[in-house]
Each structure stands twice: as structure tokens, then as C-alpha cells.
Design a protein around this ligand. Structure first.
Ligand SMILES: C[S@@+](CC[C@H](N)C(=O)[O-])C[C@H]1O[C@@H](n2cnc3c(N)ncnc32)[C@H](O)[C@@H]1O
Length: 273
């Protein structure tokens, strides 16, 4: 089993990664080890992470670095392909993918601003192979006011990524919004401390189907939530709204909505303390 942290430590050049990334990456990347894939990393720095990826993925991997600093071009003598350019420039990306074609893994460790992360995602997503992924590093910047990040903001990367979550849910027929191109290619979005992963599906994804097995065996399967007052015994008795709920208030009613919002606000307060 290959160990990414070892590859990091043994890299012949300087590199910086947060300590929690290694376990996340091993879980995400193990299926690609020794496979013929193309990996692109934005943000080359001294090149240490490029050596780390090569040691971890093996000889078949094609590694491309993208960097603003023209000095990085020197790493081409070590067998990496380096593109000098700005990740927040959509024209750069158009030229890049025209030259490189489709890729499997994109790791964004560039400048980490909202503009850079969102532009990179949107200009790259259609160029990722099926079962590939986009990994956005240092997404804690979505919550940082310091160092010029000016977040949290409505336009932070993490807020943007919530729209991907909405769009992938459109595959469920209960959602009346039409599926679009992004619903068809995004299989999942994973969130970790400071890392967001956008996983591309195995194939073009379609609306999901509602399946039932053994219909004749359906005997007492019923929505029991509001059938019996006793089910609600453990909820906050003293609360006026919860008493209403106990009396079978329909989930469509205004009162149910007020109660629901009240409880959720309470839990949000606990969660965000
Ligand atoms: C955190 S360092 C990368 C470190 C490297 N990946 C590693 O793990 O050692 C970030 C790099 O992104 C580069 N960078 C910053 N803004 C960029 C942009 N808009 N486009 C491309 N590269 C950028 C910086 O020059 C810097 O070298």
C-alpha cells in the first residue's frame, strides 16, 4: 500500500500541505495508483508536491503543473509539464484544455480566492474524464476575512459549491427542476476540513427511478409519524408548537412551518456556537 505522507516527506523539493490532507487523499486516490491517468495541480511553488504525486501514483501518471511564477517552468527538466498562467483567466483554461485534452484529477492549490476557485471549477468541469474529480484545497479561505479573502460572503467558494449540491439533487424525480448538464455529470460533492471534492460520474447520469420490491408483502409499512400522540411524548412538552404537532398538525400547515423553523434555528445555534 503506497503511503502519501512518506512520498511527501521524501520529496526532493519543498512543499506545504495541511496534515489532515494525507488521509483524505489516500482514500480518494488509491484507485488511481499505477493507472495511466493525467493529474493537474494548480500552484506549483517549488515543485515538491509534483514529486510527491509522481512517487505516490507511479510511473504511468502524467503530471502537469500550472503556476503564475515563470520560474516553475524549470521543473520541466524533471519530467513534469508546466503551464505558466493565471487560474482566474477563463481564456487561459480554454487554451490549456485545447492543448491537453481531458484529464482525470485536478487539484487546485493555487491562490485560493473565491474567483480563482470558482473560475477553475467552472472552466474545468467539462474537461474531467468520467470517474475523475476536482479537488479544491484550502477551502477554509471561504470563511476567512484575513489575508484579503474577505469571506464569509455570499460569493464564497463554499457557498457556490452548495449550488452544485442542489443541481445534483435534480436527478431525483421529486424535484421538479429540469436536470441540466451539470446534474448529469456531477455524481457527488464531498466536504472535508479545508478540502472540497467534486466527483464526476461513471457515465452521463439520468433521473433516478423510484423502485419497490415485493409489493404484495407491504403489510404495515405506513407513515406512522403523526398517527399517535404517544410518538411525540419525548418532544419539548412545554412548547406550544410541539403541542400542536402532537395534535396531528399537517406538515403542509403554516403552524408546522413555524414550529419547524423554530426548532431548526435552535439546533443551528447549538451547531454554530
Ligand atoms: C500554496 S502554493 C502551492 C504549493 C504546492 N502545491 C505544494 O503543495 O507545495 C500556491 C502557489 O499558487 C500560485 N498561484 C497563486 N495564484 C495563482 C493563480 N492565479 N494562477 C496560478 N497559480 C497561482 C503561487 O504562485 C504559489 O506558487
Amino acid at each position: 500500500m503506497k503511503n502519501l505522507k512518506n512520498s511527501f516527506k521524501k520529496s526532493p523539493k519543498y512543499s506545504i500541505k495541511w496534515s489532515n490532507y494525507f488521509e483524505i487523499y489516500e482514500n480518494l486516490f488509491k484507485r488511481f495508483v499505477n493507472k495511466k491517468i493525467t493529474l493537474v495541480e494548480i500552484g506549483v511553488g517549488d515543485g515538491g508536491s509534483l514529486f510527491m504525486w509522481r512517487k505516490y501514483f507511479g510511473k504511468k501518471v502524467k503530471i502537469i503543473g500550472i503556476e503564475l511564477n515563470p520560474e516553475a517552468k524549470k521543473l520541466e527538466k524533471n519530467g513534469f509539464k508546466i503551464f505558466i498562467g493565471d487560474q482566474s483567466n477563463p481564456d487561459f483554461w480554454k487554451r490549456f484544455y485545447k492543448k491537453v485534452g481531458k484529464i482525470d484529477i485536478l487539484i487546485d492549490d493555487g491562490g485560493h480566492t473565491n474567483l480563482q476557485q470558482v473560475t477553475t471549477l467552472m472552466e474545468s468541469i467539462k474537461h474531467i474524464n468520467y470517474e475523475g474529480m476536482i479537488v479544491v484545497e484550502d477551502t477554509h479561505t471561504s470563511f476567512m476575512r484575513e489575508k484579503g479573502f474577505k469571506n464569509p460572503s455570499r460569493y464564497s467558494f463554499i457557498n457556490f459549491s452548495k449550488s452544485l449540491v442542489e443541481i445534483l439533487h435534480r436527478k431525483n424525480p421529486m424535484i421538479k427542476k429540469e436536470i441540466n448538464y451539470f446534474s448529469q455529470i456531477i455524481n457527488s460533492v464531498e466536504y472535508y476540513d479545508s478540502v472540497t471534492v467534486i466527483n464526476i460520474g461513471k457515465k452521463r447520469l439520468t433521473k433516478s427511478k423510484h423502485l419497490e420490491n415485493n409489493k404484495k408483502l407491504r403489510v404495515y409499512f405506513d407513515d406512522f409519524r403523526f398517527k399517535n400522540e404517544n410518538n411525540m411524548k419525548n418532544s419539548t412538552k412545554e412548547n406550544f408548537f410541539s403541542n400542536l404537532i402532537k395534535r396531528n398538525v399537517s406538515k403542509r400547515s403554516y403552524l408546522y412551518r413555524i414550529y419547524e423553523n423554530w426548532i431548526i434555528k435552535k439546533y443551528l445555534k447549538i451547531l454554530k456556537k
